[in-house]
Design a binder for this molecule. Sequence first.
Ligand code: 4AD
Ligand code: MG
Length: 431
Amino acid sequence: MSRTYIEDLPGTVGQSVTLHGWLYNKRSSGRIRFVVMRDGTGLVQGVLAKGSVPEDLFNRFDELTQESSFSMTGVVRREQRAPGGFEMDVSELTIIHVAHEYPITPKEHGIDFLMDRRHLWLRSSRQHAILRVRHQVIRSIREFFDGRGFLLMDAPIFTPAACEGTSTLFETKYFDLGSAYLTQSGQLYGEAGAMAFGKVYVFGPTFRAEKSKTRRHLTEFWMVEPEVAFNDLNDNMDLAEEMLEHIVQSVLKHRMPELQTLGRNVAMLENVRRPLPRISYDEAVAILLKNGTAFEWGNDLGGTDETVVSQQFDRPVMVHRYPSAVKAFYMKRDPENPKVALAVDVLAPEGYGEIIGGSQREDDLDLLLSRIKEHSLPQEAFEWYLDLRRYGSVPHAGFGLGVERTVSWICGLDHLRETIPFPRMIYRLTP
Ligand code: 4AD
Ligand code: MG
């Protein structure tokens, strides 16, 4: 395919090319008509001068409405003042479809209005910037693990049981086998993968029927979950900080124009370099108390607590060794203090809070069995998982990074809903 896109224009100056796209904007000035085309890769301004182009070509300008599709041909020039930095002297213009009156205009629209028209809103420059950052985040994650010999292991989405607690499961009928649940995390399967391949990553959509209406919760989100045999909690934290540095530096390297479009102050992102600070839950509690927060040892950190803790640091902070009572059944307890689990959460700065949750896993069969009972989980459903502790059990660890929370933080957004093309939230299933 040899179609020319607007992003290719720097290499076509002085040549006549044909572009295909949609009308972004148009205006006239005296005998000159300007049409700004977008094609998904950029913007370019086409120029029609009365008298120097045929009358019928000149008049096509009037038919073009916002988002009408068309193609135009002409010689490309550099033009500093034009949007995108190039202009085309149009010698031919074919209208493909005259768009109906477009609902999204430059005036301010409410968020519900835009979310109802998400399928159209995706055409705007702000959404382009965010979704290109998202793409870069995903690309850099794959690059990171692929470059380190991890096997990509796809975990199933229909699962027979819970991984992260039973209260947030989406249930669906499954033929004659009763109920299936949409996966909350691919981790348990990742653990089987780690025992088979040494180091793997699961990367896919995950589902949580959380009744939370916050700016940090989606019901469907994407998570990357590495799992490594023979890793302990410290190895796990080393891997998490190396990955985070790679992601953020890769976005800064490749997506600076997009961050500028979003008005992102990148100073804090530039700080995302190893080593990241590591503090224990106990130290986090001390920070909370020192800052006048009424917090009791044993509670999980809430969103506001995370903000207070992360504000003490100029880069993401790792909080380890949470009380085991507030963490998942599979987390290994600290042999030095069984009240705490060998867990780690990574909190992003600037109030973004938890972006990574992980742990060293319980590798002892009997302890894991008693955890399953304590959590009132159905043992039969976990027999296969228990097998991993029956046949060559080893210390191992992993974590999950939420893609949308990461993108939201990197882009400096105030809500997760714009970080995924079609967000699913407790109150939204369309479009
Ligand atoms: O802390 P979580 O629940 O950890 C797990 O699922 C582990 N099984 C991961 C593992 O060890 N393999 O979730 C991990 C991350 C969170 O830190 C957050 O970034 C994201 O997933 N996340 C959500 N993102 C958007 N909406 C939600 N409702 C989310 N719940 C978790
Ligand atoms: Mg968590």
